[in-house]
Write a protein of this length. Structure first.
Lengths: 98, 438
């Protein structure tokens, strides 16, 4: 396969999406459970790349640029590691009208 | 009870997507008080899909809908592609009649479409309340649903019936116990880039003009992850993306945006999409497994419709969802109105909903195609057949002089073996396909 034009960096790619961020995190992650998780499906599957493994074996996550799609909790196979609710009404991702 | 005088209406519809807007429209027209609750700042702001809607069900609700619906292009050309790393086989169909009323499919942006459909509900008398998340169900002492809690101060809303149109994650249907175990294998994630190109460039590359549009569905091209790809033409943007089966995606190393990048770089796709500017990156989970994953649709005081009831039809050559959402919402609205008039909104009183689903395309299509989702996403269809088919066609059209032509049957047999497909499995899948699609 050949690249015909440069791909955007992930930061630039997700920078095209609008988010109205609320101060309350609508996702919480239980570090202790994640530290023992060997599969870590969330890291590769989250389309917003919100879950990043750290060098000390933990998982760093942020909730700000979240599509609210639910992929992370669906692929998570460790009971209770990811707690997921919708953000406060009027906040979170805003897909664009034309 | 929070607050001394909680709001009370006949019906609360949670979620102002296509299902919710249709339900609210029907209820409001029959004179019932209805609140249409939306957690986004406007209807559609949380919603994305690949990009094609089949709106004919709106003939009943909004005759002449095509005069005002916010569509991008009418689909007049449908292509189905089978990709390997270096090959592409395309079956291409055009129909001029799909470019004229009553049309067939159209590309549209969900923030435009859902906003429009909800505004129709409002015009019919539904009360649209945005920026408000339903956080749970209210029940009476017998367990009948009597309203919802929201994240607003004093945010209890009471109603005689609640219609959950709260999307694929439907926390309300799960709270009501209408879902069994949730299995990630029943879900895919759709990920898409909206890429701007001048309208003339799109017209030229895709061989269309005016409001004509193209729908390309792709088997293969998902970097070895079970799923599919798509390219759709909007007016002056393209929708390019992939749909990926969640457990397969989670069990490998490539991220969704990398899989889209691979698809965009494919020699069969790159000339169509290159050079454009990404305007938006988006993602949404899809209930992919059809009938086998559907929840109970009815509870005491409650109905479930749209994605919340897993009504997407992901049957390979048919990829639909918004039409099922609009129809199920409409039927939920009719059944709820019936129950309200008869003053019985228990599950027994709401029985008209499932009767309507069963009698119409909503569940008839899903019953007929119940085997299709698992067949389409199976490892053989996803990983072996594209090679077998593309290599067969390549050898069929390759002129290998001085070697004489081998004959189609021999090529197919050799390529079947080379792809590692057992005759028994191929026959079984063919039969399965006939039973599913026939």
């Amino acid at each position: 396969m050949t690249e015909r034009w440069p791909e955007l960096s992930f930061e630039d790619l997700i920078g095209t999406t609008r988010f109205d961020i609320h101060e309350r995190a609508h996702i919480t992650v239980d570090d202790e459970i994640c530290a023992d998780c060997s599969t870590r499906g969330c890291v590769v599957a989250c389309p917003a790349n919100l879950f990043v493994p750290t060098s000390d074996g933990g998982i760093l996550f942020n909730y700000e640029q979240c599509f609210e799609c639910g992929t992370c909790y669906l692929v998570c196979n460790e009971e209770g590691a990811i707690t997921w609710t919708y953000p406060e009404g009027g906040h979170g991702v805003v897909f664009k009208r034309t | 009870m929070v607050g001394s005088n909680p709001t009370s209406v006949d019906a609360i519809v949670v979620g102002a997507g296509p299902a919710g807007a249709a339900a609210a429209t029907v209820l409001a027209r029959k004179g019932h008080s209805v609140i249409l609750l939306e957690r986004g700042s406007f209807p559609g702001s949380k919603n994305m899909y690949g990009g094609v809607v089949y709106p004919r069900i709106l003939d009943q609700l909004h005759p002449q809908w095509w005069d005002e619906a916010p569509i991008q292009r009418w689909i007049t050309r449908r292509s189905t592609m089978v990709l390997t790393d270096t090959q592409a086989l395309t079956v291409d169909f055009r129909s001029a009649s799909w470019g004229r009323p009553p049309y067939n499919g159209a590309t549209a942006f969900r923030p435009d479409w859902d906003h429009w459909l909800a505004s129709k509900a409002e015009a019919d008398g539904a009360q649209l309340v945005c920026s408000t998340t339903a956080t749970g169900l209210l029940r009476d002492e017998r367990g009948q649903v009597i309203g919802v809690t929201t994240d607003r101060p004093d945010g209890e809303l009471h109603a005689r019936v609640v219609i959950a149109c709260d999307g694929v994650n439907s926390f309300l249907a799960k709270e009501a116990g209408l879902y069994g175990d949730v299995d990630a294998a029943n879900y895919t994630v759709g990920v898409k880039e909206t890429i701007a190109l001048p309208k003339e460039v799109i017209d030229e590359r895709f061989g269309v003009r005016d409001r004509e549009g193209v729908d390309i569905e792709i088997l293969g091209g998902t970097s070895g992850v079970n799923g599919g790809g798509f390219v759709y033409t909007n007016l002056d943007t393209l929708a390019v993306g992939v749909v990926l089966k969640l457990p397969k995606l989670a069990a490998q190393q490539q991220r969704p945006e990398e899989i889209i990048a691979n698809l965009k770089a494919h020699p069969g796709i790159a000339p169509l999409v290159e050079g454009g500017e990404v305007k938006e990156y988006s993602a949404h989970v899809i209930p992919e497994a059809g009938l086998s994953m559907m929840p109970k649709m009815t509870g005491d005081g409650m109905l479930v419709a749209g994605d919340a009831a897993a009504m997407c039809l992901a049957a390979g050559i048919w990829l639909e969802g918004v039409n099922f959402a609009m129809a199920s919402g409409m039927y939920a609205g009719e059944a709820a109105a019936e129950a309200l008039t008869a003053d019985d909104t228990s599950a027994v009183g709401l029985v008209g909903y499932e009767r309507r689903l069963n009698d119409t395309f909503v569940l008839r299509d899903h019953r007929k195609l119940r085997r299709a989702p698992s067949l389409v996403l199976s490892d053989r269809v996803q990983h072996l057949y594209p090679h077998m088919i593309a290599n067969t066609v390549e050898r069929m059209f390759r002129v290998d002089n001085p070697t004489p032509k081998p004959g189609l049957r021999r090529i197919l047999n050799e390529e079947r073996k080379r792809a590692g497909v057992k005759l028994k499995d191929l026959a079984g899948d063919a039969l399965d396909g006939l039973r599913s699609f026939g």
